[in-house]
Every structure is written in C-alpha cells, then in structure tokens.
Write a protein that binds this ligand. Structure first.
Ligand code: NAD
Length: 258
C-alpha cells in the first residue's frame, strides 16, 4: 500500500518523538525522503539512524523552534536545500503549552499556546506553498499538506485547555480556507484529529486520571502512536486520496463520533 510515497520528499514537524516520529517511521518503511524536526536535539540522532535503517531514501534533522516565523522559514529552506523540493508537508508540531483557567490567562500564555499550534502551522505552510506548487506542477499529481488537529477542537478541551482546543479548531478551519485558495495549484489539505493517544502529551496526568479518561473511550484505552501514523500516509498519497481535500479524519477509538 502507498507505493507512490517511495522517493517522496516529506517534511514532518515535531517528529523526534510521539506521533510525528511514528509517522516518520512509516514513511521510512515506504522509502520516502524525510525531514524530521524539533526545537531540541534530544532523540534526534537516534531517530535519524532508525529511519535510515528502516529504509528511508534520505533523512535530515532540522532543529528549529517553529513558534518563531524566522525559524519556520529556515526550516523549509534547509529541507529544500537537502532534497531539492517538497512534495508533502506534515504540520504535526504542537502541544498543550500549559493549563490555565480563563481568569489566569495573560498575553504571555495566550501567545505561547497560539504560537505553538497556530503560528507554527501558518508560517510552515506559507513558506512551503511555492515548493508544493512546484511539486504538483512537475509531477502532474497533487501535493499534500496534512495537519495534526485534535478531538479537543471538536469538543472544547478540558478545563484549562481552552486556548489549546481553540487553537486546534483554528487549525481545522484554516485548512478549509486554504482549500479555496490552493486547489487550483493541485495542493490538498487534510487533518488527522487524534483522540487520546499515549505520548508525552499526557505525562503530567496521574494513573487514576488516565483510567478515568480511558473509561470515556469506546475502545476503553488510549490510542497507540502506530495506530495514528497510517492516516498521515493515507492523506499524503495521491494514489489513495487524490480526490480528498478539506477533510478531518478522527482517530479516536470511538471517544467521540462527530
Ligand atoms: P509529543 O510531545 O510526543 O511530540 C511532540 C513533538 O513536537 C516532539 O518531537 C517535540 O520535540 C516537538 N515540538 C514541541 N514543540 C516544538 C516547537 N516549538 N518546534 C518544533 N518542534 C516542537 O506529543 P504528541 O502527542 O505526539 O503530539 C503531536 C501532535 O499531536 C501535537 O500537535 C499535539 O497537539 C497533537 N495531539 C496529541 C494528542 C494526544 O493525545 N497525544 C491528541 C490530539 C492531538
């Protein structure tokens, strides 16, 4: 499956751990050329070696803090300098950014959460568009942007996570706008919306809280990163999803059925 991903140039943000790394592993098994990214170097060297071992045609790690516009521009430039273009952008970097009730939210908190989940995606996409447009023109097939949304975007998030949930709803919606602007260029935009997936995202939670959350999921357990990764490949593959754009695919074990 996904044979057409072989040799594709794929930049995955926030991909030295969690769902981003699991997705990079799947692309590697399919022989893609992969850019992985994080704001920190922890785990990067091992990830590059693992992806090469799994069969990637090329791997580059780009350290860049995507909360900053200039870093997004540099991240895209370094990826393109390595592989000569870009066929797929996966906007996965993001996170909770802390929990605060409304009455404690200040400008610094708001900016942090929105920069991490909103500005990063906006600017990464902005700087990638010319390369994706060129890819589609040269191949005669669609190029793809896939974003990591969230169940929180649909149901508002937990107490203290309102800005995070709203930032993901913002992400879900801006993809709809980009469909209108860039379908003429043969670029598709889709969202993978995970439910509760077992990653460092939930590190601060007690075992009791995790069990309570699991009890709200129809499948009775958190999802695994390997269960989310294939959805990113599906949306990246012109062969398998070339007529799909502007959609949100929920990967949540039945936690919510929108
Ligand atoms: P994770 O913490 O395991 O991975 C996050 C990755 O992003 C790491 O590689 C980290 O280094 C990188 N990163 C963090 N800040 C960055 C920055 N400023 N610039 C560049 N890279 C940065 O978490 P995860 O759960 O795999 O999260 C991946 C995405 O999934 C996030 O967008 C998150 O909001 C979303 N999400 C997670 C869940 C869940 O339950 N785990 C649910 C819905 C959505």
């Amino acid at each position: 499956m996904f044979e057409d991903l072989k040799g594709k140039r794929v930049l995955i943000t926030g991909s030295t751990a969690g769902m981003g790394l699991a997705t990079a592993r799947e692309f590697a098994k399919h022989g893609a050329k992969i850019g992985i990214n994080s704001h920190i170097t922890d785990g990067a060297e091992q990830a590059v070696a693992e992806l090469q071992e799994l069969g990637a045609q090329g791997v580059v790690f780009i350290q860049a803090n995507l909360m900053k516009t200039a870093e997004c521009e540099r991240c895209v430039s370094e990826f393109v300098a390595e592989f000569g273009g870009m066929d797929v952008l996966i906007n996965n970097a993001g996170g909770l950014g802390g929990r605060e009730g409304l009455e404690n939210i200040d400008d610094e908190f708001y900016d942090r959460v929105m920069d991490l989940n909103g500005r990063s995606v906006l600017m990464m996409t902005k700087y990638s568009i010319p390369h994706l447009r060129q890819s589609a023109k040269e191949s005669g097939e669609t190029a793809a942007v896939v974003g990591t949304g969230s169940i929180a975007a649909r149901e508002g998030g937990g107490v203290g996570a309102g800005i995070y949930a709203a930032s993901k709803a913002w992400l879900h919606d801006i993809h709809r706008n980009w469909v209108k602007e860039f379908t003429k260029d043969n670029i598709r935009f889709n969202i993978v919306a995970p439910g509760t997936i077992d990653t460092a995202f939930h590190d601060g939670k007690s075992d009791e809280l995790k069990a309570n959350i699991a009890s709200t999921i129809a499948m009775g357990r958190f999802g695994k990163i390997e269960e989310v990764a294939p959805t990113f490949l599906f949306f990246s593959s012109h062969q398998y999803s070339g007529y799909i754009t502007g959609q949100i695919l929920d990967v949540n074990g039945g936690q919510m059925c929108p």
